[in-house]
Design a protein around this ligand. Sequence first.
Ligand code: AMP
Length: 298
Amino acid sequence: MEIVRSIVDLRAGVGAWRQAGVKVGLTTTMGALHAGHLSLLDRARAGGAERIVATIFVNPTQFGPGEDFEAYPRDEARDAAMLKEAGCDLLFVPPVDEVYPPGFATEVRVKGLTDVLCGAARPGHFDGVALVVSKLLNQAQADLAVFGEKDWQQLAIIRRMARDLDIPVTILGAPILREPDGLAMSSRNRYLTDHQRNVAAGLHAGLQDVAADLREGRAAEAALRHVADKLVEEGFSSVDYIEARDGATLAPLKGEAAAAPELRVFAAATLGRARLIDNLPVWPDGVGGGADQGARPL
Ligand code: AMP
């Protein structure tokens, strides 16, 4: 696995493969890798990628004031070893001024989808994500790019952006990889103390409870409020949001859950230093189907 730090070298590597007719897949990360990140490489291969490019870049423009940009865990040697082991072919680790050279002045903003859920709680966050992902897609020029469904809203925004800006890449979603107790794997889980780590599993359990309530026809507002209160009782410092929305448009549920086949439940909650997010489908097997919680690809 070669490690490159400039856009010129990244393009040279990818360009040579594509000229030879080899299909290239891209996975973008902020490092602090775990098995969830590595599963994106498998998804890229399953989607037809014959060579995999990964990027590690802790993107300053997606962190708000007081968020954990400085403290975000960074360990390039460990991450590079994990990626190599997972079959990554080319790793792009740009310095900040390679991505944002002096005088950089362009913004990328996806309207609507960025205003709700995490966008409401973290103003400007998705503008930073849309900006850096549009740049990484243009820099790498891969055939396909994989993003995790853990960040479902981010995936929806990236799909919209790639379509709106005519970026010639296929965007694929990858299912959420979870710990055995259901906690979605996240780089930020390492901020949790042992006690908080036990409490953290309640987020996924709470979403499963809401989804089951909605399938049974319970009023959404009461079901969501009940779980939000329970999470705080269990030890979460706060629940930023817990909401039922359409998986594609992110529009809020109006009326019966049974009339909303793409309905998902989304939550973000703070526990100690960590802000945890999760989501799952209300109808994983279609409306009226079974209750298995496997994720349906976006
Ligand atoms: P991050 O390094 O947190 O920016 O994440 C990089 C990519 O990995 C994003 O596309 C995430 O959605 C994805 N990802 C992070 N955690 C998981 C997980 N537990 N399962 C699947 N994908 C994930």
